[in-house]
Design a protein around this ligand. Structure first.
Ligand SMILES: Cc1cc2nc3c(=O)[nH]c(=O)nc-3n(C[C@H](O)[C@H](O)[C@H](O)COP(=O)(O)OP(=O)(O)OC[C@H]3O[C@@H](n4cnc5c(N)ncnc54)[C@H](O)[C@@H]3O)c2cc1C
Length: 433
């Protein structure tokens, strides 16, 4: 039974990096904005894999600008600084941002608060109610029961797109054959000696991994132990334990994967202490509360981004964020990981706004890892900075659609790009990075 009803201009579903970007930009533009987040924290993958660096914020070593730059700048400017731009240890990735997880999360909550967003954590959107080509309302539940939200515009930033799918937006799963990238349970080792740990200069620690697997002390999929310096000087972030064949839209599958991940993480932490110099006095902390899901549904938008478009360095007239990430495919159909370059050295591409807009539903947009993209393009565009900028574009487009009382498909993208440029996003539309 529906007990309560809330009216809002914009409903943002999901408080990951995309939802954060959408809600802050919509709130700042004076729209009444409700953000629903199923978990107790904003961040999405950031919250589930605490310490995961922000990836492609600096294509060609230049900032993408916008909310990502503002968030990072707030942390850089703290005393002591709570974020740092560093080179990535992996081939073909540009610089990344390491940050203090707790301070970053608190800062995101504060930016939402200052933007006037009504953030509702522990609240799950469950069902759209359609009225022809519009979403008339969305049912959600919290600890008090089921309630109804009546939004003028919905921005789906849920990573899994349950609501868009139920609203009838066509989608594909993973690579189209049902193979989705592996999910990861991460942890951090505190009390590590960086000098010793990183003495060999192999980000994957392959020599040690091979020994652990040969001796039956590590799972065979751990042949590349991706270990990186955490933000704080004695910490090492372990983005190593990948579980394959998991359906991120199924809670039982997620629970099983998380429990298997816990076993492999505990085993790995023990192995690090016993076998890798520099970890002798370290201990495990920040074991993720659940696995981070890389890939589930990709929605069908007005434009489906392709790997060919990105590898050609396409700068779309309605491009809303720049990117130069490689094709970062993590164990989709096999136990391999790739990060082949997507664009030539010094080049970048942009992501078109039309990949965030469904073909028919007039008051729905989507942002983040549910972008309309083929599997190759998706493997490159999915970094958190790009997700945040996609959200920022949708939040801004919402204000344009509402101002002119038009379907989101008819938003004037030239005007949208101009507004995003005025918000400090770099290298979009016809402007160079
Ligand atoms: C293991 C792993 C490693 C990665 N490494 C990097 C990296 O190093 N650098 C980088 O930049 N990117 C990295 N990525 C990619 C990046 O983290 C994701 O693509 C990005 O975070 C996706 O953001 P999002 O907001 O679209 O979705 P998510 O982060 O998945 O957030 C979705 C949010 O929606 C909420 N939600 C879902 N359904 C509902 C609902 N019905 N109602 C309410 N709330 C809901 C979820 O609880 C979640 O908080 C990695 C991803 C993973 C999983």
């Amino acid at each position: 039974m529906i007990e309560r009803q809330i009216e809002t201009d914009v409903l943002v579903i999901g408080g990951g990096t995309a939802g954060f970007g959408a809600a802050v930009s919509s709130g700042r533009l004076g729209l009444k904005t409700v953000l629903l987040e199923a978990s107790p924290k904003v961040g999405g993958v950031m919250a589930f894999c605490p310490g995961m660096p922000w990836g492609a914020a600096y294509p060609c070593d230049k900032t993408i600008g916008g909310l990502m730059e503002e968030l990072a700048r707030r942390l850089y400017d703290m005393n002591p600084p709570m974020a740092e731009k560093r080179p990535c240890a992996l081939e073909n990735f540009g610089p990344e941002i390491q940050y203090d997880h707790e301070v970053a999360t608190a800062t995101m909550f504060e930016m939402l608060e200052l933007a006037g967003v009504e953030t509702r954590v522990n609240t799950v959107a469950i069902k759209p109610v359609m009225d022809g080509a519009r979403i008339a309302s969305v049912d959600a539940f919290d600890r008090h029961g089921v309630f109804r939200i009546i939004p003028k515009i919905v921005i789906d930033c849920s990573g899994d797109a349950d609501i868009s799918a139920k609203a009838g937006v066509p989608f594909s799963l993973g690579d189209g054959q049902g193979n989705m990238m592996g999910v990861t349970l991460s942890f951090t080792m505190v009390g590590a000696d960086w000098e010793k740990v990183f003495a060999e200069n192999d980000p994957y620690f392959r020599r040690f991994a091979a020994k652990g697997i040969a001796e039956g002390r590590l799972h065979p999929d751990l042949h590349q132990l991706y270990l990186m310096k955490g933000f704080h000087k004695d910490t090492v972030f372990c983005n190593s334990v990948v579980i394959r064949g998991v359906d991120g839209t199924d809670s039982i599958s997620i629970n099983r994967a998380t429990q298997e991940g816990r076993r492999r993480c505990l085993q790995l932490a023990q192995f690090l202490r016993s076998d890798i110099p520099g970890f002798e006095n370290a201990r495990m902390t920040y074991l993720g509360p659940t696995v981070g899901v890389r890939e589930t549904r990709k929605l069908e938008g007005m434009h489906r981004l392709t790997g060919d478009e990105l590898s050609n360095g396409t700068k779309f007239p309605d491009g809303i964020v720049a990117c130069d990430n490689p094709i970062d495919d993590v164990m989709r159909a096999s136990d391999t990981m790739t990060h082949d370059a997507m664009v030539g050295q010094g080049d970048y591409y942009t992501l078109p706004f039309r990949s965030l807009v469904p073909k028919t539903i007039e008051n729905l947009m989507f942002a983040g890892r549910i972008i309309s993209a083929d599997p190759t393009a998706f493997a490159s565009v999915r970094g958190m900075p790009q997700c945040m900028a996609m959200g920022q574009a949708c939040g801004t487009a919402a204000s344009l659609a509402l101002k002119d009382d038009i379907p989101v498909q008819r938003v004037d993208t030239k005007v949208l790009i101009d507004v995003l440029l005025s918000q400090g996003i770099k290298g979009i539309g016809n402007t160079a990075l």
